[in-house]
Ligand binder design. Structure first.
Ligand SMILES: [Zn+2]
Length: 291
């Protein structure tokens, strides 16, 4: 089909699943969701991809390409390719099945071939319920303020930061964001996502606000006890924009593929799928990223 899925190098025709920097490049042509195109343009200054909205489709070499929500960051999409003989391929991109403040979750789509990320594809990576995560974030903010500290939430500038903005503003606190976060927040707002009230932090702490920072890192990697020390923060909470191990396995069972390719995670996840009876193969190693 002369079709590349999230190719890391400039390609003639690419489908880009979402706007994180390890999934984008300066492609000559291709498609992505309208929000992904806006985010790529914000990062690279220009984006030559054509918009493909959820619900629309594109015909290419007798195949039909369409996108469905992936629940990861604004615009993140699963890529579906329907072949003329009825076979279907689904590429998840990075995905999460949990309801979020800022994105629609991924729903499994029946497919013959599934290419999926498996970032948290080890049994020890099972995230707590969202209620518990929200409560822990609230407790951290309250505790910092009670100690006359400034709660500082750290997370990837695209996706995690906007989810944190929405969560914390719901707690009723004033939110200040780094300019790197604000540039992507503007794109969220332009697509109608409510992030609550916020101001851009320009390096000067406004009068009346506490000055000693208490830091919180928001990442699925918080499940590793070493993360807190590796990042050098006071606390780490596993708010993730990926599926956890149990969610990955459940997702595969619902897709019911005859073949699974895994990527962006441990090869042990494909081993696990084979033990469950799936024809699964890992597509090469990838260094886990910090988001
Ligand atoms: Zn991503």
């Amino acid at each position: 089909m002369d079709l590349a899925l999230d190719p890391p190098r400039r390609s003639r025709f690419a489908v880009v699943s979402h706007g994180h920097s390890d999934h984008i490049a300066r492609h000559l042509a291709g498609v992505a969701s309208p929000a992904t195109i806006a985010l790529v343009a914000r990062r690279l200054g220009v984006c030559r991809l054509s918009p493909l909205a959820f619900g629309d489709h594109l015909e290419r070499h007798d195949h039909r390409i369409w996108l469905a929500p992936a629940g990861h960051v604004l615009g993140a999409a699963q890529v579906v390719v329907d072949a003329p003989d009825g076979r279907r391929l689904v590429y998840t991109g990075d995905f999460s099945v949990r309801a979020r403040e800022t994105v629609q979750p991924a729903s499994p789509i029946r497919a013959d071939v599934l290419i999926m990320e498996c970032t948290f594809g080890l049994p020890r990576y099972v995230f707590p319920p969202d209620e518990e995560i929200r409560e822990r974030i609230r407790a951290f903010v309250d505790r910092a303020l009670a100690d006359s500290g400034a709660p500082v939430l750290l997370g990837y500038a695209l996706g995690k930061a906007q989810e944190a903005m929405a969560l914390v503003s719901q707690l009723g606190y004033p939110v200040y964001v780094h300019p790197s976060v604000a540039q992507f927040a503007e794109v969220y707002l332009s697509f109608g996502v409510d992030l609550g009230q916020y101001a851009v932090y320009e390096g000067q702490i406004p009068p009346g606000l506490p000055r000693n920072a208490r830091t919180l890192y928001l990442s699925g990697w918080a499940l590793d006890r070493s993360t807190k020390f590796r990042i050098g923060v006071d606390e780490a909470i596993p708010l993730s924009d990926h599926a956890d191990f149990a969610e990955l396995v459940h997702f595969v069972k619902q897709v019911q593929p005859t073949r699974v390719y895994t990527t962006h995670g441990p090869s042990a996840f494909a081993d696990h799928l084979r033990r469950l009876g799936f024809d699964a193969q890992h597509l090469g190693s990838h260094q886990p990223a910090l988001f």
